[in-house]
Design a protein around this ligand. Structure first.
Ligand code: NDP
Length: 383
């Protein structure tokens, strides 16, 4: 039996992970499950999986969690420090699936334990970049990329030398607004933005897919996970989302990973790594799919990937600023406070201002994140 901690248990990645663990009964011991404030749902999961501890990030939700766990013998805790302490508990695998920079400190705690970390929380790696990769090396941790594209690349790299890679291509579905005009994008609503054509995901990443910031964040994530140089990282729009990414080698061979648009596939690859496990996926039926198509991204209408590449090239604090500005802008859009097209505009304006010094510690990254959020909120208030 292996032990697991799931940061972000009540989310979309959390649900997919727990579905696989439920099917593999008796193979996993659950250490910690966390949420932000969905205390009743978290308590239900903690009881079902007999977790040692359940933690809410928002301390004001702790009384509700305590009440929902009464009599279960499961520990309850709340607040940012409690999240970090839960991530420090011994576990064979930590699944990092909190959304946004809120997941950074607990993910770093799991890394500093020298553990095996299945990383879905892309914003954490984008913001912390070199700080996180240095900690991975220093503490002997292992990151298993869980994002479907990075998991695909990880699988295509198995058994090969990174020095033999000519290029890596991230595929992008293009999101729900692929083919829309500038005027249509101007009027796009939150309800339309969260309707992803291929994937069922949390609200923030769904909006990121619509703006293409998701692919921008993934480009920066890939630059840290697979050190082939930014010039060797490409993006292609592939509306069917069947090929999840590709690696081209110097001999002209390109390896691709194919599969259904269901996060249980990359999550299963992390849970079972370096082996394989059963999932409830039907066999891939390429004849039924019929056609796989590809097109270049439109960076005029969807400038997010260009902004992300520029931030990656600039390095230092720029990726953390980009990610924090995007988080605030997406939240404002979802709350009906700003237009869809303002998201990229706000991020671009924030990046154009003088940037803070390059962060060299977790505290520095969190400070850049806090400062950027304040600045973007001020811009939103004065808009
Ligand atoms: P969801 O919004 O569905 O879930 C987010 C989880 O994080 C919930 O458990 C939520 O708790 C918790 N959470 C939110 N804010 C905080 C906070 N401030 N402190 C502590 N916990 C918090 O997100 P997804 O599952 O869609 O995405 C999770 C991560 O995985 C993201 O980084 C995303 O980019 C990445 N990812 C997701 C994919 C997907 O298919 N969904 C695919 C690839 C990557 P609560 O429920 O209480 O709010």
């Amino acid at each position: 039996m292996r032990s697991i901690t799931l940061l972000g248990a009540t989310g979309s990645i959390g649900a997919s992970t727990l579905d696989l663990i439920r099917r593999a009964q008796g193979e996993w011991k659950v250490v910690a499950l966390t949420a932000n404030c969905q205390a009743v749902e978290l308590a239900k999961l903690a009881r079902e999986f007999n977790a040692e501890i359940a933690v809410v990030g928002d301390e004001s939700c702790l009384p509700e969690l305590r009440e929902a766990l009464a009599g279960s013998g499961i520990e309850a805790a709340g607040g940012a420090t409690a999240l970090v302490e839960a991530a420090r508990r011994e576990a064979d695998l930590t699944v990092a699936a909190i959304v946004g920079c809120a997941g950074l400190a607990p993910t770093m705690a799991a890394i500093e334990r020298g553990g095996l970390v299945a990383l879905a929380n892309k914003e954490a790696l984008v913001a912390a970049g070199d700080v996180m990769t240095a900690a991975v090396a220093r503490y002997g941790a292992t990151i298993l990329p869980t994002d479907s594209e990075h998991n695909a690349i990880f699988q295509c790299l198995a058994g090969n030398a990174i020095s033999d890679v000519r290029s890596i291509t991230l595929t992008a579905s293009g999101g729900p607004f692929r083919g829309w005009t500038a005027a249509q994008l101007e009027a796009a609503t939150p309800a339309q933005a969260v309707q992803h054509p291929n994937w069922s995901m949390g609200a923030k990443i769904s909006v990121d897919s619509a703006t293409m910031f998701n692919k921008g964040l993934e480009l920066i994530e890939a630059a840290h996970l697979f050190p082939v140089g930014l010039d060797a990282l490409r993006i292609v729009v592939h509306p069917q989302s069947v090929i999840h990414s590709m690696v081209e080698y110097r001999d002209g061979s390109t390896l691709a990973q194919l599969g259904p648009s269901d996060m249980r596939v990359p999550i299963a690859s992390c849970l079972a790594w370096p082996r394989r496990m059963e999932t409830p996926m039907p066999p891939l039926d390429l004849a039924a799919i019929g056609e796989l198509s590809f097109q270049a991204p439109d960076e005029e209408l969807f400038p997010a990937t260009k902004l992300a590449r520029e931030a990656a090239e600039a390095g230092g604090a720029a990726p953390a600023v980009l990610s924090a500005a995007n988080e605030v802008a997406v939240a404002a859009f979802l709350a009906g406070q700003t237009k869809f097209t303002d998201i990229a505009a706000l991020v671009a304006r924030t990046l154009a201002r003088p940037l803070p010094p390059a962060p060299s510690s977790l505290e520095d990254v969190l400070e850049v994140d806090r400062e950027t959020r304040t600045r973007v909120r001020e811009q939103l208030e004065h808009a």
